[in-house]
Design a binder for this molecule. Structure first.
Ligand code: HEC
Length: 117
């Protein structure tokens, strides 16, 4: 009986540690993605994007995708794909060509933080 009690105590503890370990990184990433300085840095990098995607990513012309409120993770994946030639767009490729991963992350944080219309 005592052994079972000890075992279940160890089990509860292990599950607790596991849950904490799984919860922590995503929480940290989430906060990183939306920190105000990062969003502001991203905003400054989107000047060249406005003519097609609108001031806050709320494109009004149908042939340009709206970016406002889109998931940051999705935006990062899309931008990297253009940059690395895995997604083809003659219009997009030139704007992504020079961007570092950190810049792409900041741009994504900015658009993700905008309210979609
Ligand atoms: C000349 C117009 C133009 C400019 C300037 C431009 N884009 Fe785009 N963008 C497009 C078009 C067109 C697409 C859709 C291409 C396709 O079919 O994949 C697109 C797609 C995207 C996508 C993927 C959207 C989705 O839903 O999959 C992202 C993210 C993006 N652009 C970000 C940017 C950023 C950031 C900049 C500025 C650094 C920028 N774009 C500048 C025309 C432009």
């Amino acid at each position: 009986m005592k052994l079972i009690a000890q075992f279940s105590l160890v089990l509860v503890f292990s599950v607790g540690v596991l849950v904490a370990a799984m919860a922590l990184p995503s929480h940290v990433v989430q906060e990183g993605m939306q920190s105000a300085p990062m969003v502001e840095a991203g905003r400054r990098m989107t000047m060249p994007c406005m003519s097609c995607h609108g001031a806050n990513g709320d494109a009004s012309e149908g042939k340009y995708p709206k970016l406002a409120g889109q998931n940051a993770e999705y935006l990062v994946a899309a931008m990297r794909a253009y940059r690395d030639g895995r997604r083809d767009s003659s219009e997009m490729r030139v704007f992504m060509a020079q961007l570092a991963d950190e810049e792409i992350d900041a741009i994504a944080a900015f658009y993700a933080a905008q309210a979609p219309r």
